[in-house]
Design a protein around this ligand. Structure first.
Ligand code: PGA
Length: 263
């Protein structure tokens, strides 16, 4: 089993000053907790403005935390007003780029073709991809879900090899469970993740689906984090609103550490 992962994306929330305060509290907490840093993959995806100061702070404090961006351009450089270069992200020490989030698709009209170009650019720049996938509506029929995941994965990652998948974290985010009071039901999530692993095994071979890092996102809060992290097919949690309070994030990191000892 891969290390458990605890990550957060703040979307368009927190000023640089607010973000640094949050990070300082987390850093202070993790400073003498080497066993947590060694066993849990922690990532933070703040607003674009906070990426660089966060990376500097993490270097200064010698912490094992990866910083990511919420989006990037499919080109490395040039006349693309308002865009963020994956090459520049790499140069400043970022580790991840989140792509394919439902809000990018619904509000900013990104389609799979564009997301495919972006994952290619992220891979070219040797950054890791956090690729969000998920069905729009709740669906209990396994074969329907399988086909939805297969279509999404093959449209975006169909040109990747099983080796390339090592640089990908799949964030399973059922669109209907984002921004709600609680996550999707546990059994439903585990079943969806099994489907995703199946899609990967059948289409990329080498049992890569069994090894794939797959995390759950969509209304994750400390109350359900332990149950989510304990699911057989899950390797982590991707937290939105539930991590805006740093103490909740610390609580979830601790829960992941607890679960990782038994998983
Ligand atoms: P939420 O966001 O936890 O605030 O629902 C999750 C997400 O969009 O990844």
């Amino acid at each position: 089993m891969k290390k458990l992962i605890v990550g957060t994306s703040w979307k368009m929330r927190k000023t640089v000053e607010e973000g640094i305060k949050w990070l300082d509290t987390l850093s202070e907490y993790l400073k003498n907790k080497k066993e947590i840093a060694d066993n849990i993959e922690i990532f933070l995806i703040p607003s674009f403005l906070s990426i660089y100061p966060f990376i500097e702070k993490i270097k200064e404090n010698n912490l094992n935390i990866g910083i990511g961006a919420q989006n990037c351009c499919w080109e490395d450089e040039g006349a693309f007003t308002g865009e963020l270069s994956p090459m520049h992200l790499k140069a400043c020490g970022a580790k991840y780029v989140e792509l394919g989030h439902a809000e990018r698709i619904e509000i900013f009209y990104e389609d799979y073709e564009m997301i495919k170009k972006k994952v290619t650019a992220v891979k070219r720049n040797d950054l890791e991809i956090i690729l969000c996938i998920g069905e729009k509506e709740k669906n209990d029929e396994e074969n329907v879900k399988y086909n939805i995941f297969k279509n999404q994965i093959m449209a975006i990652l169909g040109h990747f090899t099983h080796e390339d998948l090592a640089k990908v974290i799949i964030a399973y985010e059922p669109v209907w469970a984002i921004g709600k009071d609680t996550s999707a039901p546990m059994e439903y999530i585990d079943n969806s993740m099994a489907c995703i692993r199946d899609v990967l095994n059948k289409n990329f071979g080498f049992s890569c689906g069994d090894m794939q890092r797959i995390i759950y996102g969509g209304s994750v809060f400390p109350e359900t984090a332990k149950q989510l992290l304990s699911l057989k097919n899950n390797t982590g949690i991707f937290v939105g609103r539930g991590a805006l309070n740093v103490n909740y994030f610390i609580q979830m990191v601790n829960l992941a550490f607890e679960v990782s000892e038994t998983k």
